[in-house]
Design a protein around this ligand. Structure first.
Ligand SMILES: C[S@@+](CC[C@H](N)C(=O)[O-])C[C@H]1O[C@@H](n2cnc3c(N)ncnc32)[C@H](O)[C@@H]1O
Length: 391
């Protein structure tokens, strides 16, 4: 992507940018609060494609970009403010200068946070240098959350993501996967430059992906082939066994613009991220989901937007073998790497099935039907410690 379009990115604040920022800020707050208990006194937040710090709002007022949003979350909690080191990398000198101004102003207004670090440079070589420096001192990086947010396909190199995840077992990556760009590059066939090889980690993988895509018959199959290829690379070539993708549709056409992909090494992070994404998601079915469908009036029949009736049927099928604790769905199943549902989805479906008398909620001992349960904002609650069974 040219420098001009990178700069233009900040001239408009779109719904999809808000969705990305909301997922990021909600998740990192949960992530740092969990790892601070076991991660020692130093935690790291890296924004590898930091941008200029703000976007132009419609009314001319600046809207905070990812650097300021992350800093705000970190500053909002004394423990995080004192423990999290933040690092911002930006390649474009003009955007970098603006970024530094915002970081310094934020730090002056919030002196309790660690001084934000920043670098003018490219994500992959900058990260590699940092990891080399640590390795030379026989050290490794502290628990790190790394945000990889390029506009295009360039720069999000698999090799560095793999190295990072391998060097720290609490490290996680949240990345913008530009499937439109990947489709375009695949269309160039033997004229593909090395961008795709870098994104996937080798020329051989780029060739394999091209073969898989060539074997597909429809656009939906091709899309699924691309995103599952990348997800599988993360699951098999890095220690991040827990990978979830959030699909973002274009604003004006029913085709996918990009995916937001989260790679974690821990089932809890995976379960929390799915819940965060689900609440931000908007699908034509109106239940939340792992997608932001902007143009669709009809849901796409894809892995990533589970059809609601299928969710409900899967619960009924599980109950055929007998009564289950609510936590079986909302904790055990959601932490399985292949499960794309989240706790919020299971709870919503269980409550619907109860209202339709297709399941019975049993007490916490499982011996009697549950009596009156509390309501929260008028909605019946369902704790993880209740039981459910078929009537
Ligand atoms: C989508 S924007 C980032 C937006 C920012 N994360 C936010 O949400 O506020 C991508 C940014 O990455 C920068 N960039 C592009 N290639 C890069 C690379 N290889 N390393 C670091 N920054 C890069 C661009 O100049 C642009 O500012």
């Amino acid at each position: 992507m040219s420098a001009k379009t990178d700069r233009e990115h900040f001239e408009e604040y779109r719904d999809q940018t808000l969705a990305k920022h909301t997922i990021l800020e909600k998740y990192i707050f949960a992530y740092f609060n969990i790892v601070k208990r076991t991660g020692g006194s130093n935690l790291v937040y890296i924004d590898g494609f930091a941008g200029r710090g703000t976007y132009d709002g419609e009314d001319g007022r600046p809207i905070p970009g990812s650097p300021l949003r992350a800093l705000q979350k970190i500053a909002s909690h004394a423990d995080l403010a004192s423990k999290v080191t933040t690092v911002f990398i930006e390649k474009d000198r003009h955007l970098y200068t603006q970024l530094v101004g915002h970081l310094e102003a934020f730090h002056s207004a919030n002196p309790s946070i660690r001084k934000p670090q920043h670098q003018l440079g490219s994500f992959a070589p900058s990260m590699a240098q940092e990891l080399d420096t640590l390795a030379a001192k026989n050290r490794t990086i502290a628990p790190a959350f790394v945000f990889v947010d390029p506009c295009g396909v360039d720069g999000a190199e698999f090799g560095i993501i793999e190295r990072l995840l391998k060097s720290q077992d609490k490290a996680e990556v949240f990345l913008f996967f530009n499937i439109e760009g990947v489709r375009r590059i695949l269309g160039l066939r033997d004229k593909m430059a090395d961008t795709l090889s870098k994104l996937l980690g080798s020329d051989e993988r780029a060739r394999q992906l091209l073969q898989r895509v060539d074997a597909c018959h429809t656009a939906a199959e091709r899309e699924e082939a691309i995103v599952t290829f990348y997800e599988e690379l993360l699951r098999t070539q890095t220690p991040a066994r827990f990978v979830v993708s959030f699909r973002v549709e274009k604003e004006d056409r029913k085709i996918t613009s990009h995916y937001l992909i989260h790679a974690s090494q821990h089932p809890l992070g995976f379960a929390i991220m799915k819940d965060v994404m689900w609440r931000v998601g908007k699908t034509a079915e109106g239940k939340g989901g792992l997608a932001l469908e902007q143009a669709s009036s009809v849901p796409m029949n894809m892995l990533f937007t589970p059809e609601w009736e299928a969710v409900r049927q899967s619960i009924l099928a599980e109950l055929l073998s007998g009564m289950k604790r609510v936590s079986y769905f909302c904790v055990d199943l959601v932490q399985k790497p292949a499960n794309r549902l989240c706790s919020k989805a299971y709870k919503t479906a269980l409550l619907e099935l109860e209202a339709e008398k297709r399941i019975v909620v049993m007490s916490k001992t499982g011996l009697l039907p549950a009596g009156d349960r509390p309501r929260l904002k008028g909605v019946l609650t369902l704790g993880d410690d209740y039981y459910v069974r078929l009537p």
